[in-house]
Structures are given as C-alpha cells and as structure tokens.
Design a protein around this ligand. Sequence first.
Ligand code: 13P
Length: 249
Amino acid sequence: MRRKLAAGNWKMNGLTADLGEAETLATRHPDPRSEVVICPPATLIAPMAARLAGSAVGVGGQDCHAVASGAHTGDIAAAMLADVGARHVILGHSERRADHHETDAAIAAKVTAAWAAGLTAILCVGETEPDRDGGRTLDVITAQLDGALPEGAQADNTVIAYEPVWAIGTGRTPSAAQIREVHIHLRDALARRFGAIAAEGIRLLYGGSVKPANAAEIFAIADVDGALVGGASLKASDFGAIIAALDAA
Ligand code: 13P
C-alpha cells in the first residue's frame, strides 16, 4: 500500500514570522495517516526543521544543484538540504522550467544528485494549456518523465507530481477524468521503465489549485496518492483541512 503524501510548496513565500504556521499545523496533526511535508524557501529549511523536530511534519527543499559542491554562486547542493534536515526536494517545477530554463536533462541530473544525498525527489511534470488544447498532454508528460527521471527510480526515492501548468495558481482544475487519465498513463510509463514493483510503489501526486473545497473530490480519484499544494499550504488551517481530506480518502 502506498502511503498518501501531502506536500506543501511555499514557493517564494515565508519569513521567519511564518514558521508558526508550520508549528500550528504539526500541533493540530500530531499523528496523520498521511505523510506530510512542507517545502519552504531555502532560508527557512533549517529553522523549520528545528521547529518541527519530533513532529509528524517533514521538511523539503524546492530545488537543488546537480553537483555536490563548487563554484556555483547562489546555488544549493542536495547534501546541504539534507544537512539541515530536508528529506525531500521538489525538482522540475514548471516555474523553474520557465523562470530558469531548466531542461529535462538538467532536471535529471538534479534528481541523480538528490538521490545521492539521500533525498526523495518530488519530480513535477505537466502540460501547458496549448499542449492540452492541442491534444498533446500525454506526449508531453511522457517526454518529461523519460527525460527528467533517470534510471534507478523506486518507491523510496521518487514521487511524481502531475501539475498542469494552466491549473497552477489559477483556481482552475482538470476534471476527475483528466487527472485519472494522466495518472494511469504515468503509472503505465513507470511500469514500462522501472518494472511493476517500482511503479506500484511510486506515489503520484496531483498539484494545481488544490484547496480545502476541492481536496476530497481530487483524493477520491483512483491513482491519486496525494497532493502538491501551493497557495493553500501557507496557512495551517487550509493545509490542515487538505491533510484531513487526504487522511479520510
Ligand atoms: P497552487 O496550489 O497555488 O495552484 O500551486 C500548485 C503548485 O505549483 C505546487 O507546486
């Protein structure tokens, strides 16, 4: 059985004053059935991990560099994330693909680096609106998965997040049938490359405008093992309601 996962992506939001939201969340959800992770901006990883130590809420990063150390001003290595308490790292988010021109090959190198540091990679894939309108959704997602996920993916080092670009921060979500179609496709693609055992264990998250109001409906979709939540992960009340919906699914 795959353990469900609620991952919060704070993106470029959060100051030390906001660490209390994470603590409140951990206090209200001392023993969730689902795994819960918050990925704050890099500046907050160490203090958040310290504040959440001993709680059921884990901490992750939002990106890492592909190499272990060296002359890369402004970048952060996977081992540095692990060193301050991160256990997960989001990689290949569409905002990084867009803002920093990250290619699938560059993302694959980051996934390899994350694994080497003992981190679980939360690899994001997803189509743009023109891709979907043009009937290319499954082709785009297959290409992203093949290009950005190296050999060696297994249940304990990889999570895939399906995040349609047009659903991120827009309040729009795909239909249940559309999410289901992509998740079944992802599971099949994983099985072809990594074998049935790995594919059965790798968790598939949906991300894009997940809110307390639509969480139960999304979590009822077969093959949705949880969510990658942006805006609604910033407040303990909203993220807590999403966790409760996932625990009940
Ligand atoms: P929103 O939940 O704000 O739409 O963001 C989704 C996302 O990009 C999570 O990585």
